[in-house]
Design a protein around this ligand. Structure first.
Ligand code: GLN
Length: 503
């Protein structure tokens, strides 16, 4: 049945929902224990672990540019999703092996650790952009159900994001470092389930409104490029490059920022070198760049979740309930749980505001403000607390609620604004800009997490941090200032977009 004839969503949406849910289960389940595994099993210090977390999550956002490109030209979405999914599962199983032998063979274990992360990065590059773009393809362009479809899909992301840290944490983050391996194994099984769901249902249900199959190999592609052996070798080489990139950045020379800047310059040159773009188009593109810049401040503070905030949960939060000690990794479920709980509330608020709805840049500034307040909340919680004393869980829980409200103001709004403003023929390139902003943000997140004041004073641009209060206040100021500047720029940005206030 076509999506036009019925008000219900096509079944394909629920296939993509489930596939993405298990993939995010795998990604966030593994991320929940990642820095704990690095510091407690591999015995990396927090600075190294934070840096590696930043480089890993940064590359995770960079490879979709390549995976999206290859899918559009050669492989199609469906094949790319399967290849990406299997590659990530392999990455998890390599990490499982790494976590099994870390005591008996530390050298091999370190090698396997970088390898597992490299496979995860490579696989994600093929999986993530392609599954997201298939959601829209289920509908006729302009169908009003597309936005709600992405909202439902976002729920799938967060069901996975809530269950992953929970299950992987329950079995892997037990207080005994030898158990971390179970988290990687469970995450890998989740990833395989994702692939199985996709394989079972894609042919039947992934069809457009006319009932035609979508996400196939583009016409006229050389059959050699579709040979599975060729594909396996290709992805193996790609993963090896990722392993090398990660290793060189961690052990020899930290260059990922330069790589990101080079990618940015390349995209800028392509966009602004395009003679066919009108001056208005260029202005709109300019707005996307400016907003992407502000988004960096948001995610770099927000993504402390997987690093410094997990150290904080582990070491400085009272998690003992008497009958059960809550694993530190569980706190990484909170963001997703709050998204599921509050996304409908926010959707309702935006509808209720009706004509008085806030402009997109204003909502994004509000998102940054809420993030800042979240850090202020936890800063209050740790103020004047003596070293060695643990604080109540409510500080982290409240902070994650505020951060999630911030996310709900900034993330879906920003994304849909990019879609609306982008001139059609460079739409994918501007999506790439958005991904690139996330890549910058995650690299910065790792760098900032390394300022965690554990053994003494750390400092950033002359600001000294002696304790957790100073550390959290840094993020209050960072996101607060970004919020203030964006608020001040709102009117000007609206003029640049040359669109009504409710854009
Ligand atoms: N949590 C969402 C996801 O994993 C969004 C993350 C982001 O955009 N940085 O897809």
């Amino acid at each position: 049945m076509s999506s036009n004839q019925t008000s219900a969503h096509p079944k394909g949406l629920y296939v993509l929902f489930t596939t993405e849910m298990w993939e995010r289960f795998n990604y966030y389940g593994m991320r929940a224990i990642l820095v704990l595994f690095m510091t407690k099993a591999l015995m990396f210090d927090k600075t190294i672990a934070s840096g590696l977390y930043g480089s890993y999550t940064s590359l995770v956002f960079l490879t979709p540019l390549i995976g999206g490109f290859i899918a559009d030209r050669y492989w199609g979405n469906k094949r790319s999703i399967i290849v990406g999914g299997l590659t990530m599962a392999l990455g998890e199983f390599i990490l499982f092996f790494c976590a099994t032998i870390y005591q008996s063979n530390p050298e091999l274990s370190t090698f396997l650790f970088f390898s597992g992360l490299g496979f995860m990065i490579a696989g994600n590059g093929f999986f993530k952009p392609n599954i997201s773009s298939m959601v829209g393809q289920l509908y006729t362009p302009g169908d009003r159900k597309i936005d709600p479809a992405y909202t439902i899909f976002y729920m799938g992301i967060n069901v996975g994001g809530a269950l992953g840290p929970f299950l992987c944490g329950a079995f892997g983050d037990t207080g005994n470092p030898a158990d971390f391996k179970w988290a990687f194994l469970i995450a890998g099984i989740g990833m395989l389930l994702s692939v199985v769901v996709q394989l079972l249902f894609q042919e039947k249900y992934l069809v457009n409104a006319e009932g035609e199959s979508i996400g196939n190999v583009p016409r006229g592609v050389n059959a050699k490029l579709l040979n599975p052996l060729f594909g396996a070798i290709g992805i193996g080489v790609f993963a090896s490059v990722m392993i090398a990139l990660l290793y060189i950045d961690a052990k020899m020379f930290s260059y990922i920022f330069y790589l990101l800047i080079a990618s940015l310059l390349l995209i800028l040159a392509v966009i602004f070198g395009d003679k066919s773009l009108s001056p208005l188009d260029k202005k709109k593109v300019g707005v996307i760049f400016i907003l992407s810049f502000f988004v960096i401040f948001f995610w770099s503070a927000f993504e402390q979740a997987g690093a410094s905030l997990t150290f904080f949960a582990d070491e400085q939060t009272q998690r003992n309930l008497g009958f059960y000690t809550v694993p530190a990794s569980f706190f990484q479920s909170l963001n997703s749980i709050f998204v599921i709980a509050f996304a409908p509330v926010f959707a309702w608020i935006w509808v209720k505001l009706g004509k008085h709805d806030l402009s997109s840049p204003t909502k994004m500034a509000l998102g940054l403000f809420l993030l800042s307040i979240g850090y202020l909340w936890i800063a209050i919680g740790v103020k004047d607390v003596q070293p060695g004393i643990k604080v109540s869980m409510m500080w982290l829980i409240g902070m994650y609620a505020l951060h999630t409200w911030g996310e709900l103001c900034l993330s879906p709004i920003g994304l849909s604004l990019v879609n609306k403003l982008a001139p059609i023929k460079i739409a994918s390139l501007l999506m790439a800009v958005w991904f690139l902003a996330n890549a910058f943000a995650n690299k910065l997140a790792g760098q900032l997490s390394a300022l965690y004041p554990e053994k003494g004073t750390t400092s950033f641009l002359g600001y000294e941090m002696n304790n957790m209060y100073d550390f959290f206040i840094f993020f209050v100021v960072l996101s607060g200032l970004a919020s203030l500047i964006l608020f001040l720029l709102t009117r000007w940005l609206q003029k640049m977009m040359n669109t009504p206030v409710q854009q």
